[in-house]
Design a protein around this ligand. Structure first.
Ligand code: PRT
Ligand code: ZN
Length: 284
């Protein structure tokens, strides 16, 4: 009995998908050209597929779970459960127009031609904004459509923005924010569901640790209460006496989001020798 996972064969999500599984303690032999492999230390079978094919395989139950971009999932409108956002493959589906255009809002697109590989998502977006435009579906190199006279605007994935820039386009509206997600089949059987639970437990530990840092600092005892009030910790900060009279060592766990604010606050309250250490796994 095995859990079957579909991941992208070669592309932007491949490396990070394998890396995440590895961080979950699962070794997947990644022989080039292989379409299917079995992990040596977890009952997991991996299918390597084109990203566009993953939702269908999972929906049909050929694979129990899959890793795919939310953009692909929403475009295909398949009935899958999103189990977990994975924090990689981040991008946005955006509208872009030639940089000289005076774009004052979505209404600019009324009656215009828009080239995209995401007709469903774009159609929904336009309908929400009561804009009627002609959608031209093309499967690749969407960014050249305006310069060859195929469309007045495009709707495409953007990460750094450099592709738009080099094609003389500017990003004007975000239609969707996307990242890689773990999805599960509606047809998943109970034994596989139990394995999925195990996998998700491990993924949570890995993903949580990525967003968190371990912090150690020295605090003068007369400032200890003030300093501990700033620190969240898992339950509460750990406080240990230093060999030097009047000082303590304080250990805690910080979230990436408010990290720098807390560090500044700690320094202002007299903390010294602040060390920040990455956490590999976090079980809460
Ligand atoms: O062969 P297969 O069908 O499996 O792969 P693919 O070519 O369809 O997909 P791939 O590997 O390009 O992307 C897989 C997934 O990665 C996408 O579905 C998104 O969820 C995610 N992703 C994240 C991106 C980007 N960032 C991205 N920047 N997918 C595509 N791009 C492209 C974009 O289309 C444009 O051409 O990169 C270009 C823009 O990049 P910047 O950095 O210049 O803005
Ligand atoms: Zn694809």
């Amino acid at each position: 009995m095995k859990l079957k996972i579909a991941i992208q064969k070669s592309g932007r999500l491949s490396e990070d998908s394998l890396k995440l599984l590895k961080e979950c303690g699962i070794d997947i032999p990644n022989g080039t050209g292989k379409l299917k492999t079995e992990a040596s230390n977890f009952p997991l079978e991996t299918f390597f597929l084109r990203d566009d094919d993953i939702p269908k395989y999972v929906e049909d139950g050929v694979a129990d779970i899959g890793i795919v971009g939310e953009n692909v999932l929403l475009e295909q409108k398949v009935a899958l459960t999103t189990v977990q956002k994975l924090g990689f493959g981040k991008c946005r589906l955006s509208l872009a127009v030639p940089k000289g255009v005076d774009y004052e809002g979505v209404s600019y697109l009324a009656g215009k031609r828009i080239a995209t590989s995401y007709p469903t998502i774009l159609q929904n977006y336009l309908a929400q904004h009561n804009v009627q435009a002609q959608i031209h579906e093309i499967s690749g190199s969407v960014e050249i459509a305006p310069s060859i006279g195929l469309a007045e605007a495009i709707c495409d994935l953007v990460s750094s923005g450099s592709t738009l820039f080099t094609n003389g386009l500017k990003e004007v509206d975000t239609v969707l924010k996307s990242e890689a997600v773990l999805v599960a089949s509606p047809k998943i059987a109970a034994p596989q569901e139990a394995l999925l639970k195990k996998l998700v437990f491990r993924m949570n530990a890995v993903l949580k640790a990525k967003r968190t840092k371990y912090i150690l600092l020295n605090a003068p005892n007369d400032q200890l209460d003030e300093i501990c009030r700033v620190l969240p910790g898992m339950k509460s900060p750990t406080v240990l006496p230093l060999a030097m009279e009047g000082w303590s060592s304080v250990h805690s766990v910080l979230n990436e989001d408010d990290f720098w604010d807390i560090i500044e606050n700690l320094q202002a309250k007299g903390a010294e020798g602040i060390l920040v250490v990455p956490i590999e796994k976090m079980i809460v």
